[in-house]
Design a protein around this ligand. Sequence first.
Ligand code: FAD
Ligand code: A2P
Length: 277
Amino acid sequence: MTEATMMTEASPIPTAKPHLPDAQIVTEVRHWTDRLFSFRVTRPQSLRFRSGEFVMIGLIGDNGKPLLRAYSIASPAWDDALEFYSIKVPDGPLTSKLQHILPGDEIILRPKPVGTLVHDALLPGKRLWFLATGTGIAPFASLMREPETYEKYDQVIMMHTCREVAELEYGRELVESLKDDPLIGEMVGDKLVYYPTTTREPFHHMGRVTDNLASGKVFADLGLPPMNPGDDRAMVCGSLAFNVDVKAILEGFGLCEGANSDPRQFVVEKAFVGDGI
Ligand code: FAD
Ligand code: A2P
């Protein structure tokens, strides 16, 4: 150990608010339930992304190093600020702290957006289905505000399932606000169809996305034909188990999974890593 290092360890630098690497400032925080919150931060001028992509964000951990996690950008590519929609995991290394952020605080944001839930990964079609559970609605909160979504499709169906009604509120409020949105409201028109369901609390529509697709209930409710590979495109975002089950159903309708480099009829992304993997 050099003398200089010993000196540093023995005499810590006087406390001043650290300026985080890749820091952005929190501008707004909303708590939706005791497990869900959303927040907005400043957008780095240089950040370009495609609606639906995700970035790494975080805070400085207890060891003084950046503690980063993948987060879908919930705001559209044209927005001046960046929005995120987050779970609060009680003992989660990041979210146990992140849930306490306030306007004016700093977060770390690595400006390298990536992801498969992008328009480029799908072949042209008539109808676009967004299929999500829980915080898996975040990339679709971006895509529902993206003009390209309405330029490319005649109809856009947002299926979102949560255990309880309160967990649907972020999505419900967003969809409701789009009708009157000065920038995109006219494009959205009546193209956007919202189909929220719960599984563990009574609600006017209930049942898992998978069951409502497999039984044909959602098609009957909306007056649409069953999915077919000529007309229907889908983007899927939920737990690994959800994604696996939905993928099998979409393949049963004859749709094939695509990617950025190989556009096809549907794309899938994990809303989080867990479920024992
Ligand atoms: P972690 O140690 O990361 O997770 C602990 C456990 O909590 C996990 O094993 C899992 O069982 C559970 N968990 C983690 N995230 C979730 C979740 N979102 N919903 C339900 N259970 C969860 N999270 C978001 O809240 N919003 C997003 O937009 C988002 N986008 C993501 C995009 C991608 C591509 C991936 C891979 C993950 C995304 N996540 C998102 C999950 C996120 O990266 C973190 O896992 C989450 O913020 C919890 O971090 P943590 O350190 O507190 O706990
Ligand atoms: P259910 O209540 O029947 O388990 P979670 O809170 O566990 O992440 O689940 C979010 C929502 O996703 C719940 O409504 C849950 O339904 C549903 N869900 C969980 N796993 C699947 C799956 N494999 N297929 C379809 N829906 C699922």
